[in-house]
Design a protein around this ligand. Structure first.
Ligand SMILES: Nc1ncnc2c1ncn2[C@@H]1O[C@H](COP(=O)(O)OP(=O)(O)OP(=O)(O)O)[C@@H](O)[C@H]1O
Ligand SMILES: [Mg+2]
Length: 478
């Protein structure tokens, strides 16, 4: 498996990640604005409430002592959030060294300013710190009025102070507000990411599909039109484009094949006519050119056929005997080609295609080297490996990369003659090998030379059933 780690900054380029981050930033910004507004309006609210509390204290101050209890119980019903009590003894004042809320201090000062001159207003040490702010006033007829206000009625002062105070009490992460905000952000992130991935999946499928089009245009079935409206539209256009390209390629191949075929008929006639040219040397030169044209058209037709992926002549083929025959044919022409076989090796495919593949490879090797070895190896993964090894100059890494492209030749500047190729041999080999479910590669041979390595899938039990007539070959599998 080829799993490469993608650096994080590139992963952010993914649309789903970007939109998730954007949404999170918006949520955080929105929450900050809301808290800021709460801060501003919360302060205003407590100032208004201060006037109200001052009125309560004034009422309690002027009321006869016997009426105080009644007034307190009536007010407690009217103002449920403020717990009002009358005490005979002075309540303990809050420890100033512990610090207190700025807004609450302001509040006390504000209430003090509304009361009689010299009124003693102070913050009481609260029994439940953090939940309530309690203020006390000494009444002029004796006794103390205490009013506790729930903490949420108090302004947070500043957001940093609020955070700081909470962080001092307990880690900010465990405060209920922080917990709620954090889980909200996490769940929103997970949900948005999941939803976006679901939306992006059809787009990703489409991108993968579009990437395969140039290699696989003929065999591709149209992509199912799924996903959001825009993606469906895009898929439809892509399917239409693929169908158009397939048709164009088929038409082009058809025209080329027809022209090549007809030209070969004309060439045959030309060959016959050349026989009647009286000048021997001219006749020979003309014959050479005509032969070259014939070879070129033959190779062209081979290439177009290989691209066509015709499976009509497939049967069980013994690769061992194919390789032996190819090696013998080249030996008959005076080349040193040795085949190192490994008994019967069956594949399911086309016999002429197998001959074309290995003839092309051995032909290349004999062009560049003196001795050629063809080696068949049995691979355990259900594959057969064939190496065509030569001791020639080999190929540079750059040439090896482009050699399988059609019309790519080692020396492109050279004019065509009987000894130069057309640059189609390796393209034909690759198309035919891939049509048979195999692969081909070019490797360096030590100390010099080239290894053309072909992998082909071994015939399976299923192939045997497909070709029951070839019982002899089928038996050879066992
Ligand atoms: N065994 C080899 N050693 C060195 N170079 C090679 C070898 N086989 C192929 N090449 C290089 O790769 C190029 C492409 O090979 P390919 O078989 O496709 O075309 P060709 O042999 O030039 O022409 P054609 O096979 O169409 O007659 C060749 O021109 C040659 O330069
Ligand atoms: Mg060749």
């Amino acid at each position: 498996m080829n799993s490469t780690r993608v650096p994080w900054r590139f992963r952010i380029n993914k649309l789903a990640v970007q939109i998730t981050l954007l949404m999170l930033v918006s949520i955080v910004a929105f929450q900050t604005i809301v808290i800021g507004m709460f801060h501003v309006f919360g302060r205003r609210h407590i100032v208004d409430q201060g006037d109200f509390i001052a009125s309560i204290i004034l009422a309690l101050d002027v009321a006869p002592n016997a009426e105080r209890a009644n007034i307190v119980s009536e007010l407690s019903l009217a103002v449920p959030y403020a717990n009002i009590e009358i005490q005979e003894t002075r309540p303990a004042a809050a420890d100033a060294s512990l610090g207190s809320d700025v807004a609450f201090d302001n509040e006390i000062r504000h209430i003090d300013s509304l009361l009689w001159k010299g009124a003693d207003v102070f913050e009481v040490a609260s029994s439940a710190p953090g939940d309530y702010g309690v203020l006390a006033v000494e009444l002029r007829k004796g006794g103390y009025a205490t009013i506790s206000i729930a903490q949420h009625q108090k302004s947070p002062g500043s957001i940093w102070r609020w955070l700081w105070q909470h962080a001092e009490d307990e880690p900010i992460i465990v405060t209920p507000g922080a917990r709620t905000a954090l889980s909200f952000i996490i769940f929103t992130a997970i949900f948005v990411f999941w939803a976006l991935n679901a939306i992006m999946a059809p787009l990703q499928r489409l991108a993968k599909y579009a990437e395969q089009i140039p290699n696989d245009i003929d065999t591709k079935t149209p992509l199912p039109e799924r996903g959001p409206h825009e993606v469906r539209e895009l898929t439809r256009s892509l399917n239409r484009m693929q169908a158009r390209i397939s048709k164009m390629i088929a038409a082009r191949a058809h025209v080329l094949a027809a022209v090549s075929h007809d030209l070969r008929t004309i060439i045959t006639r030309l060959k016959l006519k050349t026989e009647f040219v009286p000048d021997q040397s001219l006749q020979q030169r003309m014959m050479r050119d005509v032969d070259l044209m014939d070879a070129m058209l033959f190779k062209n037709l081979q290439y177009l056929r290989a691209e066509g992926d015709d499976k009509s002549d497939c049967s069980l083929v013994d690769l061992d005997s194919v390789l032996q025959t190819v090696a013998d044919e080249f030996c008959d022409l005076g080349h040193h080609v040795t085949y190192h076989g490994g008994g019967r090796q069956m594949i399911f495919g086309s016999l002429p295609d197998m001959q074309r593949i290995f003839t092309n490879l051995v032909e290349n090797a004999t062009h560049h080297a003196k001795t050629v070895d063809v080696l068949l190896t049995d691979r355990p993964e259900g594959l057969i490996q064939v190496d065509v090894i030569d001791d020639g100059p080999g190929m540079s890494a750059e040439s090896k990369q482009t050699a399988f492209e059609p019309f790519v030749r080692g020396q492109p500047g050279r004019t065509l003659d009987q000894h130069s190729g057309f640059g189609l041999g390796l393209s034909i080999v690759r198309s035919l090998v891939e049509n048979h479910g195999g692969s081909v590669s070019l490797l360096d041979r030590e100390p010099h030379g080239l290894i053309a390595r072909v992998f082909l899938p071994r015939a399976s039990e299923g192939d045997e059933r497909l070709a029951p007539s070839d019982s002899k070959a089928a038996q050879a599998l066992h």
